[in-house]
Write a protein that binds this ligand. Structure first.
Ligand code: PMP
Length: 428
């Protein structure tokens, strides 16, 4: 029996996340990662642009991060009775770097961070409603488990991503179109005094890349301030990847709360929630704080050491310069390729993140625009890329990532492999 078959006998579907259940790849078993590569148990090598949905900005198994984690493990291990020096230093750095963060708490995942952000917002405002946007993903918990990647007929209607969620919980989340200023103004006109929070990915990368307009981010800030609602930027993907201060530092719009995860620890299991001190001080980590906050592994020494080593490297080495330059090369190369092949495509992304939508027309601004994407071509060419040892996730609308470990030679190979993959898919 193969490992994958053994896995399916004892693990539902054979994988430990629904996001790893990938049609056509059910026999893939990972053996090792390093830099821009991973290998499976049959010895096949893949150049990895999926990057586990985004954490390894420095590359897989970065040696400096690995050394810091080993040192922490050797000296601290897990205590869980009080704070450690690393947690203090990391919190100081996050507060210094991220404009909205006056205080910050660590969690073990991004989902926990967004969960706590929304509970905190509801507690602080005494209100019920949360506003989210079609296409944004904020983790697996109930308040946000709706309207991520919806079938066309479900757009504009409640579309739960899971069974088992109470209808009244779903009804307490309003779903709007991303970049739709008029819809935001209308929602506040209709429900302002009942809106506890507005949560968004400032760049919705869970459907590839929808770039926000300045007017949209400014309108959210304005309406939340006017109505006394809490504005939450979920920067689990964009935090550190696009800038050490998060996308908010580039956009010049400061939310009340920010969630981080993924790239801030280059692959160690992390999340963070930070923001206005008056809100953060409501958490029960402060004696008498009414909003319960706990977690056995919050601030785990391995994770904190990984995050500190990641921050250090991002500050000291030209990581962003490198990944942004490669990102521009990839986007320009792909756009040129599709022009040559006469394939309608919009190549977009930001910095190290790229995606090709197979549709004509201008830059997509909301999820509805992406319904025009040719799903068969999107998934088909990526399956053929995987066959060539170039790993972009073969699922509709998924983004791809570059890391500090990717090289110009990797980009050359990616462009060549994409040409072959697209030609073959079109010829089918
Ligand atoms: N927010 C965003 C924007 C994400 O992309 C993700 C994970 N893909 C999460 C939250 C949840 O993070 P985690 O998977 O670590 O719980």
């Amino acid at each position: 029996m193969t490992l994958a078959e053994r896995a399916r006998r004892v693990i539902p579907g054979g994988v430990n996340s629904g996001q790893r259940s990938i049609p056509g790849l059910t026999d893939l078993v990972i053996a090792r990662t390093e830099g821009s590569r991973f290998w499976d148990t049959t010895g096949r090598e893949f150049t990895d642009y999926h990057a586990a949905f985004g954490p390894p900005l420095l590359g897989h198994n970065d040696p400096d991060v690995a050394a810091a984690v080993s040192a922490a493990r050797a000296s601290i291990g897990l205590t869980g009775v009080a704070v450690t020096e690393g947690e203090v230093t990391l919190a100081e750095q996050l507060v210094e770097l991220v404009p909205s963060m006056e205080k910050v708490l660590l969690t073990s995942t991004g989902s926990e961070a967004t969960f706590h952000a929304l509970r905190l917002a509801r507690a602080a405002t005494g209100r019920r409603l949360v506003v989210k946007f079609q296409g944004c993903y904020h983790g697996w918990h109930d308040s946000v488990s709706l309207n991520v990647i919806s079938a066309p007929e479900r757009v504009g209607r409640p579309d739960p991503t899971s069974a088992g969620i109470l209808p009244e919980v779903l009804a307490a989340t309003l779903v709007l179109r991303f970049n739709d200023v008029a819809a935001v103004r209308q929602a506040f006109a209709d429900h302002g005094p009942d809106i506890a929070a507005v949560i968004l990915e400032p760049v919705p990368h869970n459907v590839g890349a929808l770039l926000p307009t300045d007017a949209f981010l400014r309108a959210l800030r304005e309406e939340c301030t006017k109505a006394g609602s809490v504005l939450v930027f979920d920067e689990v993907i964009t935090g550190f990847r696009h800038a050490l201060g998060g996308y908010q530092s580039l956009a010049g719009v400061t939310p009340d709360l920010t969630t981080l995860g993924k790239a801030i620890a280059n692959g160690a299991p992390v999340g963070a929630i930070g923001g206005r001190a008056d809100l953060m001080d409501l958490f029960s980590s402060r004696p008498g704080g009414p909003v319960f906050f706990a977690g056995t592994y919050n601030g785990h020494p391995d994770v904190v050491a990984a995050a500190l080593a990641t921050v250090r490297k991002l500050r000291e080495e030209p990581v962003h310069e490198h990944v942004f330059r490669l990102g521009d090369r990839v986007r320009a190369g792909l756009a040129e390729l599709y022009r040559t092949l006469d394939v309608p495509a919009v190549v977009t992304g930001y910095g190290s993140v790229f995606v090709s939508y197979f549709m004509s027309g201008p830059q997509p601004r909301s999820y509805d625009d992406l319904l025009a994407n040719d799903t068969a071509l999107f998934v088909g060419y990526r399956r053929r890329l995987v066959d060539q040892g170039v790993f972009e996730l073969p699922l509709n609308l998924k983004r791809s990532h570059l890391s500090y470990a990717h090289t110009d030679a990797d980009v050359d190979r990616l462009l060549e492999a994409t040409e072959t993959a697209v030609r073959h898919t079109l010829a089918e």
